[in-house]
Design a protein around this ligand. Structure first.
Ligand SMILES: Cc1cc2nc3c(=O)[nH]c(=O)nc-3n(C[C@H](O)[C@H](O)[C@H](O)COP(=O)(O)OP(=O)(O)OC[C@H]3O[C@@H](n4cnc5c(N)ncnc54)[C@H](O)[C@@H]3O)c2cc1C
Length: 350
C-alpha cells in the first residue's frame, strides 16, 4: 500500500491530524495498536479551555483559542452528515474563591477572554465559595468519545484507511529519509510518517535507533462521575484545581488527579476518596449521590510544558504531534493545522 502520510496513534491528536490533512487533499492512513480514542482521549472531561488560562504560556493559550470555532463547525457537520451529536455546549467556567481576581480579570481583558465577577446564583454551591469568584462565560465543553466516533466516520467516508489493532514494527528508510512503515499486516509506503502516540511517544526509539526519544512522559489522571439528576449546576466550576463538569445526560464529572506513576493506568480507592471529598466541598449535595464510574488516563506531558509539533531532526520525513498534557482535546484542531502546514511544505519541497 502507498500513501502520502502515515499517522501512528489514533487518539484525538492523530484523528484530528488525519482529518485536517485529508481536508487539504492529502492521502493519509491512520494506525493504532488499540482501537481509536480508547487511551487518554477516552478519559478526558471535554472542557475546551485551559482550566485557568492565566497559568499557561501564550503558545498554549493560542493553540487553545481555536478550539471553539473548530468544534462548533465540526459539531454542525457531524450533526447533519452523520447524525452524531458531540454534545457541544457553552457552559461557561466558574472559578470559585479565586486568589487574585483583579489580576486575573485584567489578564483576561488583555488576552481578549471574557471574564466577569460571578453573581451568586447557585445556592447548591458551598457558601463562601462565591467570594472573589470569576465567570468565564465563553468556555465550552463537549463529549470527546462522540468526537472520536464522528471523526472516524468522516475519515471513513473520505476513504482514509483506518488500521485498528495494528502493530508498527519498524520505520522503512532510505538514505536518511523515511519511506514508510513495516506493520503487523504488511508494509506501508509513505512520503512521511507522523507520530501521534501521546504518552507513548518515547517508544519511537524502538522503531529506529537513530531517533532520539521525544521528551514526553505519562501523567496519570483519574476522574469520577456522579449521578446528579436534579442537581442545579449550570457552569463548569473549578476550586483549588478541582473541577466539576455538568453533562447533558444528568451526570457530573469530577476531576482530576495529577500523578507521576509511569505507565500505570490503574484506578485507586485513594483517588476516588480524594475526588469525592473535593467534590463535596464544592457541591455538598454530591455526598448523597452515587458514583457511577471511575476511570483514568495517561496524559502526554512534555518537558517544556508545550506540545511538540514538527519535524524530527534525526530522519527526514519523520514528524511528531504530541505532548498536549491536560489540553489535548482543546488543542487537537489547531495542532493539526500547525503540523499540516509543515507536512505540506515538506511534501512540496520534494
Ligand atoms: C482525567 C483526564 C481529564 C482530561 N480532561 C481534558 C479536558 O477536559 N480537556 C482537554 O483538552 N484535555 C483533557 N485531558 C487531556 C487529554 O485527554 C489528552 O491531552 C489527549 O487525550 C491526548 O491525546 P493524544 O491523541 O495525544 O493521546 P491518546 O489519546 O493517549 O492517544 C494515543 C494513541 O496512540 C496509540 N499508540 C501508542 N503507542 C502506539 C504505537 N507504538 N503504535 C500504534 N499506536 C500507538 C494509543 O493506543 C492511543 O490510541 C484530560 C486527561 C485526563 C486523564
Amino acid at each position: 500500500m502507498k500513501t502520502d502520510i502515515c499517522i501512528v496513534g489514533g487518539g484525538i491528536v492523530g484523528l484530528f491530524s488525519a482529518y485536517e490533512l485529508c481536508a487539504r487533499g492529502l492521502q493519509v492512513c491512520l494506525i493504532d495498536r488499540d482501537d481509536f480514542g480508547k487511551q487518554c482521549t477516552a478519559a478526558a472531561g471535554g472542557i475546551l479551555s485551559p482550566l485557568l488560562p492565566w497559568d499557561y504560556s501564550q503558545d498554549v493559550n493560542d493553540l487553545c483559542h481555536q478550539a471553539k470555532p473548530l468544534y462548533e463547525e465540526l459539531g454542525r457537520r457531524l450533526a447533519t452528515e452523520a447524525g452524531i451529536n458531540i454534545e457541544y455546549q457553552n457552559s461557561g467556567l466558574l472559578v470559585l474563591a479565586d486568589d487574585h481576581p483583579d489580576t486575573h480579570n485584567t489578564w483576561c481583558n488583555d488576552h481578549h477572554i471574557i471574564c466577569q465577577p460571578a453573581v451568586h446564583s447557585n445556592t447548591d454551591i458551598a457558601s463562601g465559595l462565591y467570594e472573589n469568584a470569576l465567570l468565564l462565560p465563553a468556555v465550552s465543553q463537549l463529549n470527546p468519545t462522540r468526537v472520536v466516533e464522528g471523526l472516524c466516520q468522516l475519515l471513513l467516508d473520505a476513504g482514509v484507511q483506518l488500521y485498528r489493532h495494528t502493530q508498527v514494527e519498524s520505520l522503512l528508510q532510505q538514505q536518511g529519509q523515511v519511506t514508510g512503515l513495516r506493520c503487523s499486516h504488511g508494509d506501508i509506503n509513505a512520503e512521511a510518517v507522523l507520530w501521534t502516540t501521546g504518552a507513548w511517544a518515547p517508544e519511537l526509539t524502538l522503531l529506529s535507533k537513530q531517533v532520539a526519544a521525544p521528551p514526553v512522559r505519562p501523567v496519570r489522571g483519574q476522574a469520577i462521575a456522579f449521578d446528579a439528576t436534579g442537581i442545579n449546576l449550570e457552569h463548569i466550576v473549578i476550586h483549588q484545581g478541582h473541577y466539576l463538569i455538568p453533562r447533558q445526560d444528568g451526570t457530573i464529572l469530577a476531576g482530576s488527579t495529577l500523578e507521576e506513576v509511569g505507565y500505570n493506568n490503574d484506578i485507586t480507592p485513594t483517588a476516588k476518596d480524594t475526588l469525592l471529598q473535593r467534590s463535596i466541598a464544592i457541591l455538598p449535595e454530591l455526598k448523597n449521590r452515587q458514583i457511577l464510574r471511575q476511570w483514568s488516563g495517561l496524559r502526554p506531558a512534555s518537558t517544556s510544558g508545550q506540545p511538540i509539533i514538527g519535524a524530527l531532526a534525526d530522519i527526514s520525513g519523520l514528524f511528531v504531534n504530541t505532548g498536549h498534557h491536560r489540553y489535548g482535546i482543546t488543542m487537537a484542531g489547531s495542532s493539526a493545522a500547525r503540523i499540516a502546514d509543515q507536512l505540506q511544505l515538506y511534501l512540496n519541497s520534494d
